[in-house]
Design a protein around this ligand. Structure first.
Ligand SMILES: Nc1ncnc2c1ncn2[C@@H]1O[C@H](COP(=O)(O)OP(=O)(O)OP(=O)(O)O)[C@@H](O)[C@H]1O
Ligand SMILES: [Mg+2]
Length: 380
């Protein structure tokens, strides 16, 4: 169970930390002072390496123009994952290649990419569910896998597997219990969360999860992800399986989390939603990060103008405006890129004129498809 696993690790922090210390003491007695010295050296070296790594990453973030007073809450440096498959584990599936990205405090960050691009792999790596093959990362300032950080994280998996025989309410109680949230707080928070995700608390008390629809399960999954009031929320395809109202509600929830200063990292295929919600995005294709930045930076980058005009020579106009279309009244329109000064000069010579010319921002969908096609062409 993905939920059980993640939250259990979050909860088990104190007891497992104690048992680690206990077994370390026993080992020390057995192996003596020489071994203790070796262990101390190893701990010091790994601490120094972690500090160097944090410093180098902070410098890299600074050099990209971000202020250190808004430190990245998610940071990866050349993170990579190769799965080994087959009976002898001798076949390799490269799921993620050298991925370096940053997500800053309070941002809503969207990770996009076609099926199999490696989006879920990044989330699983960041959450410590799988181990990286190469590279490193920091989450809320601590190395990936740090158990104390898990207390401050919420996670909605791609395919939530829930305990079918529990009611929605009982499932949320279970999740709250894993975070050691007191009963009195649970009694207030559970109905609030159910209402936030559009489920009836009365129904959630009676109905077992096996009787929930896909969209209802997704909503319970979202409530579960927020049960510990996390600072950083990971959502893998949060809109999946939701009806239009559900998507709208999910968008409102994400926006309200953002307004409360939370950082949201989510994967999605629904580009229109991403365009409305995200501050920054990154696109992954075949395990490679092909671009990242704010929507303004990425979508305005190709200087496209939408022009309308009349007159001029149709054949010459088509050379400037590949998607030229004519209206019944003889006026024409289309988009032009970059050489617009030359185009205007040429139009004047043809005796034509412009009626309107607007900088047109590409849609995220157009940009996404362009980037994926570019990547496919460069691979083939
Ligand atoms: N446990 C695994 N063993 C082997 N290969 C895996 C495993 N999990 C994922 N992969 C492979 O890693 C690649 C990336 O998978 P991932 O689930 O990260 O893609 P994704 O971008 O989330 O796709 P989708 O949009 O369909 O959810 C795929 O080629 C997939 O087959
Ligand atoms: Mg996925």
């Amino acid at each position: 169970m993905q939920y059980g696993f993640t939250q259990h690790s979050a909860l088990s922090t104190p007891s497992s930390a104690l048992s680690t210390q206990h077994s370390a003491l026993n080992t020390t007695k057995l192996l003596g002072w020489r071994s203790l010295t070796q262990q101390t050296v190893i701990v010091i070296v790994s601490l120094v390496l972690d500090l160097c790594f944090m410093k180098s990453i902070a410098d890299a973030a600074d050099s990209q123009g971000h202020l250190t007073n808004n430190p990245p809450v998610v940071l990866t440096s050349e993170l990579g994952k190769v799965y080994r498959t087959g009976f002898w584990l001798n076949q390799k599936v490269v799921s993620l290649k050298s991925c370096s990205l940053q997500v800053y405090q309070g941002e809503t960050f969207g990770l996009l990419g076609p099926n199999g691009a490696g989006k879920t792999t990044i989330l699983k790596l960041l959450l410590g569910i799988i181990r990286p093959t190469s590279g490193r990362g920091l989450l809320l300032g601590k190395p990936i896998g740090d158990r104390t950080v898990k207390q401050r994280i919420g996670y909605l998996p791609e395919n939530p597997y829930l305990y079918e025989y529990l009611t929605g309410w009982e499932f949320l109680q279970l999740a709250a219990g894993l975070f050691q949230i007191p009963q009195s707080v649970q009694r207030q928070r559970i109905p609030q969360l159910l209402e936030l995700v559009g489920l009836s608390p009365a129904e959630a008390r009676k109905k077992q999860l096996r009787r929930y629809s896909k969209g209802m399960l997704q909503r319970v999954g979202m409530a579960q992800a927020l049960i510990n009031e996390p600072d950083l929320v990971f959502l893998d395809e949060p809109m999946s399986g939701l009806d239009p109202l559900g998507r709208y509600q999910m968008r409102e929830i994400i926006l309200s989390l953002k307004a409360a200063g939370k950082t949201i990292f989510f994967n999605s295929h629904i580009l229109s939603e991403v365009e409305q919600i995200c501050d920054r995005i990154a696109i992954l294709a075949q395990g490679e990060l092909i671009c990242s930045g704010s929507l303004d930076e990425l979508l305005d980058s190709d200087n496209t103008y939408h022009v309308k005009g009349q007159g001029g020579d149709g054949e010459i106009l088509k050379k400037w405006i590949p998607n030229l279309t004519f209206e019944p009244n003889g006026s024409w329109q289309g988009t032009i890129q970059e050489d617009y000064y030359d185009f205007l000069a040429s139009l004047r010579l043809m005796g034509g004129q412009i009626t309107t010319m607007n900088l047109s921002r590409q849609s995220l969908e157009e940009f996404f498809i362009q980037q994926i096609q570019k990547q496919n062409n460069s691979v083939n």
